[in-house]
Write a protein that binds this ligand. Structure first.
Ligand code: ATP
Ligand code: MG
Length: 600
């Protein structure tokens, strides 16, 4: 019985959705059986009707931290499976014996879970390793040899490269191509048994040395490599090539739609060739998985090469893989991006069949759209200068603090109110005062009236400066009977509204103002070394004053600082309350501004 999806997906369509919908309509995969785990033809055939309507997979190599490009692939594979009553497998593509790092495995599993996806479905954990299929892959290779479809080539690497030909020149048959089946089988077993040196021979599929597609010119499918594998130890000294392993992994796992990036397009004929041969031999079932290619994500101002991201970490251009400027999933998480915003971003960019650059503002807009209805509001002064209300004592008496409040969320009164004080001394933004107002400036300048949001209207009287001409204090007078929310308070009309916090109850905080890590829109696309394209001002640290409600902020909690944008309490460095015995301050990261500033 097939589980039907809860409801029709309301997502914008794309070519992959069309392919899947067509397959579901035609029942392309409706007859498949599932052994309950990855298996060969016979075992699956003895199984139950496959409870998954489609199967996709996310197959990372555990050789680095995942980045925003992988996030696109995760959202795509897990998202399609979820939307169409399918299952997405979490599969580590560990066919390379190179030592796998547990740190990477853990971080990859964490990232997928954090993004909101699960590989548990129908009572099964679909968590697999390609290396679990080494025995089958070996058996399939012997089958190919026995069917006259593979041979052991002992040309040197140099000869092999030369004889492969190129785009304009067909390849030349290897002198080993016409070996007998028995000899091939013997030599392949010699390879397996460690009788040949690393690199002395490869097993090649026997296809067509004159094929216009170079990938079909007898591709290597097994190589000799004496290396201890994290999963299979020293059992093997031969390892399957990626192009051979991947279609087999998909077939054993009953994958229906195998999604990969465009650079694999030329590999598709071999993918299909191999699965056709293996099903002819009865090793795997039909219908086969099909490979579909989509454009990889290129995001402006961002580099997504794992190798180069590692360089940034190793060379300490950033503080680590989770530096909030990094496009890694751990970095984005710490920066304050939410799983929902990343999913929304992935949906909005969709999938296409041609490469293009996505503007970074698309990601920030998804973040704003996600956080706007959720994030609690707060006032914060990022570049503080003191404002003194000169007639305060006269009106209210010295030391008086006036209780003010504001909604936690302007569109959701049920979330309650934030409380803070208004007093004689306040912190305001340095940019909210000018001696001589530029055209259109409605904030503080001598003689002008503005409203201190949620507080009172004041009239600016002037400012004090230091020897360098820098403002050290702004003075203003309170306009009586103008307190926000009191009857008649709106009788005094003002054009400007500014944010503030009271010196008496503001909390000192460290704010980390992050900007793009690279200064150019398409980094690492020219001859220029990408180091030269780094933005020297990608991080500004400021000491800010924030309203007292933020004393209870928890690490990872997101806020909208009114007028400034979205901020998150740093998950690593944040302290939820001020520790009186030390200088430790809460730390907030800016995720994104209130409006798009990427285009400017
Ligand atoms: P890198 O080249 O950065 O090392 P990779 O492709 O080698 O990345 P894998 O671990 O093999 O990394 O990738 C796992 C999956 O994520 C693959 O299916 C791959 O196609 C996909 N993927 C990797 N980078 C991107 C990207 N920029 N956009 C979309 N998908 C991507
Ligand atoms: Mg790869």
């Amino acid at each position: 019985m097939h589980a039907a999806p809860d409801k029709e997906p309301l997502k914008p369509s794309n070519f992959l959705r069309q392919v899947i919908e067509r397959d579901l309509e035609q029942g392309t995969y409706a007859q498949r059986k599932w052994a309950g785990h990855p298996a060969d033809a016979q075992e699956h055939q003895r199984g139950e009707p496959d409870p998954a309507r489609i199967r996709t997979r996310f197959p990372p190599e555990p050789n680095g931290y995942l980045h925003v490009g992988h996030a696109k692939s995760i959202c795509l594979n897990f998202g399609l499976a979820r939307d169409y009553g399918g299952v997405c497998h979490m599969r580590f593509d560990d066919t390379n014996p190179e030592k796998e790092d547990q740190e990477y495995v853990d971080s990859i599993l964490d990232a997928v879970k954090w993004l909101g996806y699960s590989w548990d479905a129908n009572g099964t954990s679909h968590y697999y390793h390609a290396s679990d299929y080494f025995d089958f892959m070996y058996r399939a290779a012997e089958y190919l040899i026995e069917a006259g479809l593979a041979y052991v080539d002992e040309q040197s690497a140099e000869e092999m490269r030369h004889n492969r030909g190129d785009f304009g020149r067909p390849g030349t048959d290897s002198p080993f191509r016409s070996r007998s089946i028995d000899e091939n089988l013997q030599r392949f077993r010699d390879m397996r048994d460690g009788k040949l040196a690393d690199g002395a021979a490869v097993l090649r599929a026997k296809i067509d040395m004159a094929s216009p597609n170079i990938n079909m010119r007898d591709p290597a499918i097994y190589r000799i490599r004496r290396a201890t594998h994290h999963n299979t130890g020293d059992k093997w000294c031969i390892y399957p090539m990626y192009t051979y392993a991947h279609p087999i992994e998909d077939a054993l796992e009953n994958i229906t739609h195998s999604l990969c990036t465009l650079e694999f397009e030329d590999q598709r004929p071999f993918y299909d060739w191999l699965l056709d041969r293996l099903s002819e031999g009865g090793l795997i079932n039909k219908p086969h998985p099909r490979q579909y290619e989509f454009a990889r994500l290129n995001l402006t101002y961002v580099i997504t090469s794992k190798r180069k991201l590692k360089q940034l970490v190793d060379e300490k251009h950033v503080t680590g893989w989770d530096d909030p400027r990094m496009p890694t999933i751990v970095g984005m998480r710490r920066r304050g991006y939410t799983p929902e915003s990343i999913q929304l971003f992935a949906e909005r960019i969709g999938v296409t069949k041609s490469d293009s650059w996505i503007d970074y503002s698309t990601l920030d807009q998804a973040l704003r759209d996600d956080l706007d209805p959720k994030a609690a509001r707060a006032m914060a002064v990022l570049d503080p200068v003191k404002l003194v209300i000169t007639n305060w004592d006269e009106i209210h008496g010295a030391g008086f603090l006036d209780a003010c409040s504001a909604p936690v969320h302007p569109h959701d009164e049920a979330r309650g109110r934030r409380e803070f004080k208004f007093g004689k001394e306040l912190w305001i933004e340095r940019t909210d005062y000018e001696d001589v107002p530029p055209k259109g400036y409605n904030r503080l300048y001598p003689g002008n009236r503005v409203r201190l949001k949620y507080g009172h209207v004041i009239e600016c009287k002037g400012a004090t400066k230091d020897a360098e001409g820098r403002v050290t204090e702004v003075q203003a007078e309170l306009v009586p009977d103008t307190k926000s929310g009191t009857p008649g308070s709106d009788k005094v009309k003002v054009k400007g509204v500014i944010t503030w916090v009271a010196v008496a109850d503001a909390l000192k905080a460290e704010v980390r103002l992050y900007d793009r890590l690279f200064a150019v829109p398409q980094p690492d696309t020219t001859e220029k070394d990408f180091h030269e394209e780094l933005n020297p001002d990608s991080l500004t640290v400021a000491t800010a004053y924030v309203e007292p409600s933020l004393a209870s902020a928890k690490g990872d909690e997101k806020f909208q600082f009114e007028r400034h944008g979205y901020f998150v309490a740093d998950r690593k460095d944040h302290f939820s309350t001020l520790v009186s015995t030390s200088e430790r301050k809460p730390v907030f990261n800016r995720v994104a501004g209130m409006k798009d500033s990427w285009g400017k």
